[in-house]
Ligand binder design. Sequence first.
Ligand SMILES: Nc1ncnc2c1ncn2[C@@H]1O[C@H](COP(=O)(O)OP(=O)(O)O)[C@@H](O)[C@H]1O
Ligand SMILES: [Mg+2]
Length: 247
Amino acid sequence: MTTVLEISDIKKNFGGIKAVDGVSFDVQEGEILGLIGPNGCGKSTLFNCILGQLQPSAGEVKVDGKVVTGFRPSDLNRLGVSRTFQLLQVFPKLSVRENLILAGQEHQGNMLSRLLGPSDAGLSKAADQMIEFFKLGHLAGELAGGLSYGQQKLLDAAMAFMGGPRLVLLDEPAGGVNLTMLGDLKARLAEINREKRATFVVIEHNMEFVMSLCSRVVVMAEGKVLAIGTPAEIRANSAVIDAYLGH
Ligand SMILES: Nc1ncnc2c1ncn2[C@@H]1O[C@H](COP(=O)(O)OP(=O)(O)O)[C@@H](O)[C@H]1O
Ligand SMILES: [Mg+2]
């Protein structure tokens, strides 16, 4: 097995708040790892520490065996690491296609092509592939701001895949999305995982989504890891049931 992501004893304090308090786990190549836990337990902060939006107070992040702690997001993009945010990051005044191309440019860190405008660099083709893959063809020319919330979440996820990433961290990709779109998103993620051997870490509250999509699940509570296991192990874990699955 090849370890794609390894985090060791990550801590992040905000003043007196220990938002992330010594989290360690690894993610194997081709795996879909779920990250669950109650609101405020530190999941998004952990993603921010991994992807360079925040400097961890302590701990180490490795991608493909290389220490990348404190690297900038653009440096991580170039290493094939990508993410989505809990809140939508689409540009409402750009079309679906333009959003994808812009995301591709960001992943390439291609400032020059951004300044010079849409000189392509293979991004049109990649955008067309994403549009087809995420079944957004009928919406390709529409302004992102005019799409339904669920369609925007799907576009947001598609944007994270524009650089052909090896590792993608998804922060509540299905949050606020209706059941049909949820099924679509799950099918797209499962297929891209299978076909491209892309590795994912997914934060999500929808248990059915997590348990059916993920090979392993990490449960966090109050900044710490409460349990790690297969969906079946997590469902049967009494500490998890008490703290989170509860009712
Ligand atoms: N930038 C910040 N400044 C101060 N406190 C923060 C900041 N971001 C998150 N927190 C706090 O850290 C804790 C964990 O938040 P977060 O990582 O967003 O949790 P989750 O994503 O699991 O819901 C919460 O108590 C939250 O209020
Ligand atoms: Mg969050």
